[in-house]
Design a protein around this ligand. Structure first.
Ligand SMILES: NC(=O)c1ccc[n+]([C@@H]2O[C@H](COP(=O)([O-])OP(=O)(O)OC[C@H]3O[C@@H](n4cnc5c(N)ncnc54)[C@H](OP(=O)(O)O)[C@@H]3O)[C@@H](O)[C@H]2O)c1
Length: 319
């Protein structure tokens, strides 16, 4: 099932939703979901990423940086809600994450508060915000949440903390999923952790349901794919092996090896300015033992439920 809730929308007037991060994995899928649901979308694009824009009926773009209040005011002008989906996910030091995850929240809240119509604000945070000491990324997501909590003022705001998100269009988890499909599962740091997952269309539908609800809640929510207690690596290995009817070999990557690779990456990043994914902070995230979350509060508040389990999600992602 797709994510369209079009039949439930009033036919006129068509609401406009402002979206940041529309050139990324989640933002792009979100825009498709909102347009399918009969909404108009106005999305922010950075000047350097103009070539990642795409065209669709009902979609318009505002070109600008998250640091530009003027651009953000144009983005939210006349919109009934804004979804802050832009986020820096790669980097070594706090400064790599601050522009999107901290300053971006601050400026966008300021723009929404100064607009007449845009009273609702949804922050796409992360489960990582619950463990801010693990990494600069996690700390920046927590800081973004705190800014919204303290500066949200009269806005009807909500924070959504997804676990790892996967699906077509994802760049970060896809290589690992492809290896699984080929019969190898790489397990980081001893593999004693448990983690929740959510398929992209379940996340975008959750956001659409939030928009449709008209609620603000001033609260933070988690969602997952319906597997209580999440997965351990052995469960994932068994699901993949059964799904593709082939043996899947487990390859453990010791924490020391990951850490050494991360230190090399961080050193190379300092020289080249490149923002790597595997950093010492990411290793601490990968080796964290509990990335599970619950669905109950969001389901109760918004009547949402997951539709895509891991088996189905892998088929839709990898074929
Ligand atoms: N993917 C996951 O598993 C996951 C899980 C939990 C939470 N999240 C959160 O979901 C959000 C989106 O993640 P994603 O997976 O879609 O990441 P992504 O594919 O890397 O996309 C990131 C988006 O944010 C934009 N962005 C980054 N830095 C920016 C800046 N300084 N100014 C303006 N725009 C900026 C990017 O724009 P450009 O195209 O211009 O770079 C892109 O549109 C993030 O906030 C992330 O923390 C993701």
């Amino acid at each position: 099932m797709g994510c369209s809730l079009k039949e439930n929308w009033p036919s006129e007037p068509v609401a406009t939703i402002a979206v940041t991060g529309g050139t990324g994995f989640i933002g792009r899928a979100l825009i498709g979901c909102l347009l399918d649901g009969g909404l108009r979308v106005r999305a922010l694009v950075r000047p350097a990423s103009l070539h990642f824009r795409f065209e669709a009926p009902g979609l318009s773009w505002v070109c600008g940086e998250l640091s530009s209040l003027e651009a953000l005011e144009r983005l939210v002008d006349g919109a009934s809600a804004v979804v802050h989906c832009a986020g820096a996910v790669r980097g070594v030091s706090p400064v790599d994450f601050a522009a999107a995850n901290v300053v971006g929240v601050e400026r966008l809240v300021q723009a929404a508060r100064s607009s007449k119509e845009c009273r609702r604000f949804l922050l796409i945070s992360s489960l990582a915000a619950g463990a801010p000491d693990l990494s600069p990324y996690a700390a920046s997501k927590r800081q973004g949440e705190e800014i919204l909590r303290s500066a949200g003022g009269s806005l009807h705001w909500t924070i959504l903390r997804p676990p790892a998100v996967y699906g077509p269009g994802d760049r970060e988890l896809l290589p690992m999923l492809r290896w699984m499909r080929r019969g190898m599962i790489f397990v980081p740091g001893g593999g004693s952790g448990r983690f929740s997952l959510v398929f992209i269309t379940d996340l975008t539908r959750a956001i659409q349901v939030w928009i449709r609800s008209g609620e603000g809640n001033a609260a933070s929510f988690e969602i997952h794919d319906g597997k209580p207690g999440g997965y351990c690596w052995e469960e994932v290995r068994t699901i993949v092996a059964n799904l593709y009817r082939r043996p899947v070999r487990r390859i453990d990557i010791p924490r020391t090896v990951l850490h050494a690779a991360a230190l090399l990456n961080a050193a190379a990043a300092r020289v080249t300015g490149y923002r790597p994914m595997l950093t010492p902070g990411k290793v601490r995230e990968l080796c964290h033992t509990d990335w599970t979350c619950g669905n109950g509060r969001f389901s109760n508040a918004f009547g949402w439920g997951p539709e895509v389990d891991l088996r189905e999600g892998l088929l839709r992602t990898l074929g």
